[in-house]
Design a protein around this ligand. Structure first.
Ligand code: HEC
Length: 125
């Protein structure tokens, strides 16, 4: 009889230990789900700069380079005194470059930061 009790206790102890390990795992899964949810909340409804560039600019300025429909934009910063000037340019468009009408304020900011980071890394402001 006492050995059965001992056996039972061992099984209990085992499952408690096992439970701890499981809890760690579950905690990690929960944490990563939390981050995913936060990320989805942040990115829901707006795109980051690179996504916008690929969607709306890359056809004419592939990777910032020239194409038959648009010039090289790798040195764009010298033509815009301020980020605001660049923003207005992007919003209004010019000649065959279409105006951007559906960008949110955040998206425009993201796009501009992306342009500086990607094509004018020394001019980041
Ligand atoms: C349909 C083709 C087309 C698309 C799409 C397009 N552009 Fe352009 N882009 C042009 C053309 C053409 C010019 C030259 C305009 C001019 O000065 O007459 C230009 C000029 C520019 C310039 C100025 C370059 C300089 O050095 O002065 C920048 C910066 C620029 N585009 C960024 C963008 C961004 C950012 C997007 C996406 C939101 C975009 N373009 C989408 C055709 C396009």
């Amino acid at each position: 009889m006492p050995s059965i009790t001992l056996y039972f206790l061992l099984i209990m102890l085992g499952s408690v230990l096992n439970g701890c390990v499981m809890t760690e795992e579950v905690k990690r899964i929960k944490a990563s789900k939390n981050y995913q949810n936060k990320y989805q909340k942040i990115t829901k409804g707006y795109l980051n700069g690179k996504q916008i560039f690929i969607r709306s600019c890359n056809t004419c300025h592939p990777g910032g380079k020239a194409s038959p429909t648009g010039p090289n934009i790798e040195n764009f910063a010298s033509n815009f005194k301020t980020t605001n000037e660049l923003k207005q340019f992007i919003l209004k468009g010019k000649a065959s470059m279409p105006a951007q009408t559906i960008l949110t304020t955040d998206e425009l900011e993201n796009l501009v930061q992306y342009l500086y980071a990607e094509f004018q890394p020394c001019n980041l402001n």
